[in-house]
Design a protein around this ligand. Structure first.
Ligand code: ADP
Ligand code: ZN
Ligand code: MG
Length: 489
């Protein structure tokens, strides 16, 4: 019996504003508990919410980056429930008239092998049901041991922080599709400046709805909702666990309960948090203290006009204009600063593919070791481009170039300065190279004999020896040509 996995995702992303959605309190993270509060976000009687314009602006950026339609009119609604971190007894959210809806987003996705390496990258269209605006709740903080010295506190600094909730149709058919989608959304939100979208900081949170059905069935199975997914990888693992649990249960003749489950990364399993049976009648109704949110076509056009070129468009341009393979282009658009860096370096080098290789291998490694982003690189993009040009012009060898880059990274000096200071030159002079070749051949009569009796793979050995004898200065192209001639005898 074969089974099909069905997944729908809900993402909460904190919009990157200075102040909260309905009051002027700071959204700053890590401040003294309850210091960023006022009558409005404390839910005191009589305090009135006023919508923060920046929330609409960033919400619009997020919606446009994900291919959603922005509604000209949307309505804030009260979602009623009781929880200690929700002092008003309701959350201001949006219900039947959300800020934006009906998105179609194309993502690139691949299944992975057992080692986690992507197989074939393919496009897939995901329907995004809606993106709506809402306020975050506060936070319960528990300290001490239960039944011993346990105290619970409430921190309302987070109450009223603006969120975009992004809900998809049940369109994912594997945990990796869900994984690739969340990464796509994260990168898009960061790219357009709508959200920091950092799961570790909790400013992007993700819930996965998971069910399975027998292949050929057209009705969906009972879904469970997974929470406490603190990274995209945890989410992927939680989904895998859950799918296996559903299949095992159903094949044994059991049934799946509609419930919310928490992922426990240490135990590598999910466990029940609450049953949906006891759920929720939020008794939504329109928020009487806020007028409908109206946006004009001019507003939408302006926001669209101010958006940067989106990552997927950029990837396509890198592939067609610069001849980069899909994987290389994808890596270079993983972060907007890196994409900008690459473009400047490609321009300065006159060799876009070469610049891509140097960034992807040498520069990114140095950045990772130093724990820096591309935006913080001590080697300016133009300087990296200049280095690639010097190598292409055969002023220095590729091998020397690697050392020069490390030195540029350490000292901030230009490639030209380092080359002059260290007296680096690439030796292309055939006379000098011939001498080295002769002594290498003389020192390795056995290898020479093997080569001449047909073991041509030994060419690499001889090239290596000659380059070594030149202390890395010999031009490999010239060495290759001369060696071939000489080895033939
Ligand atoms: P609820 O009323 O329980 O919140 P919704 O219909 O609002 O359910 O859907 C919530 C999320 O669950 C959406 O992302 C949706 O795509 C997804 N979803 C709905 N039904 C299923 C299902 N059978 N299996 C997996 N995901 C589902
Ligand atoms: Zn406030
Ligand atoms: Mg729902």
């Amino acid at each position: 019996m074969t089974w099909e996995t069905i997944i729908g995702l809900e993402i909460h992303a904190q919009l990157n504003t200075e102040s909260k959605i309905f009051c002027g309190c700071a959204t700053r993270f890590g401040d003294e508990p309850n210091s960023n509060t006022c009558p409005t976000c404390l839910g005191l009687p009589g305090a009135l919410p006023v919508l923060n314009r920046s929330v609409v602006e960033l919400g619009a950026r997020a919606a446009l980056a994900l291919g959603l339609q922005i509604n000209k009119t949307s309505i804030f609604a009260r979602k009623n429930y009781f929880y200690p971190d929700l002092p008003k007894g309701y959350q201001i959210s949006q219900f039947d008239q959300p800020f934006s809806a009906n998105g179609e987003l194309e993502i690139m996705t691949a299944e992975r092998d057992d080692a986690g390496h992507p197989l074939e990258w393919l496009p897939k269209k995901i329907q995004i049901t809606r993106l709506h605006l809402e306020e975050d709740a506060g936070k319960n903080v528990h300290e001490g041991l239960p039944d011993v010295d346990r105290y619970s506190y409430i921190d309302l600094n987070r109450a009223g922080v603006p969120l975009a909730e992004i809900v998809t149709e049940p369109d994912f058919r594997s945990s990796w599709e869900a994984y690739d989608y969340v990464n796509h959304v994260r990168r898009s939100l960061q790219w357009v400046g709508a959200s920091e979208a950092d799961m570790e900081k909790g400013n992007l949170r993700c819930e996965a709805n998971v069910s399975v059905r027998r292949v050929g069935d057209d009705k969906f199975g009972t879904k469970v909702e997974l929470k406490n997914l603190n990274s995209v990888r945890f989410m992927q693992r939680a989904i895998e666990f859950e799918v296996a649990r559903h299949i095992k249960t159903l094949e044994a003749g059991g049934r799946i309960n509609q419930e919310t489950r928490l992922w426990d990364e240490k135990a590598a399993q999910t466990r029940v948090m609450r049953s949906k049976e006891e759920a929720h009648d939020y008794r939504y109704f329109p928020e009487p203290d806020l007028p409908p949110l109206e946006v004009t076509q001019e507003f939408i056009n302006r926001v669209r006009g101010e958006m940067p070129e989106l990552p997927e468009d950029r990837r396509k341009r890198f592939m067609t204009n610069y001849g980069l393979p899909f994987g290389d282009a994808s890596q270079l658009i993983s972060d907007r600063a890196l994409a900008d860096y690459y473009e400047k370096a490609a321009e300065a080098s006159g060799n876009p593919r070469g610049a891509a290789n140097w960034i992807r291998t040498e520069l990114l490694r140095e950045l990772e070791v130093a724990n820096l982003s591309a935006a913080e690189s001590p080697v300016a993009a133009e300087e990296l481009g200049a280095l690639v040009r010097l190598i292409d012009e055969e002023k220095i060898s590729g091998k020397q170039g690697k050392d020069v880059l490390v030195e540029m990274f350490k000292t901030g000096k230009t490639a030209q300065t380092i080359i002059e200071e260290q007296g680096l030159v690439q030796v292309s002079d055939t006379g000098e190279i011939d001498q080295l070749i002769d002594s290498v051949i003389a020192a390795n009569p056995g290898e020479l004999a093997s080569y001449r009796s047909g073991k041509e793979t030994l060419l690499g050995f001889f090239v290596g020896q000659v380059i070594k004898a030149s202390k890395g200065k010999a031009n490999p192209k010239v060495v290759n040509e001369r060696l071939r001639a000489k080895l033939q005898g």
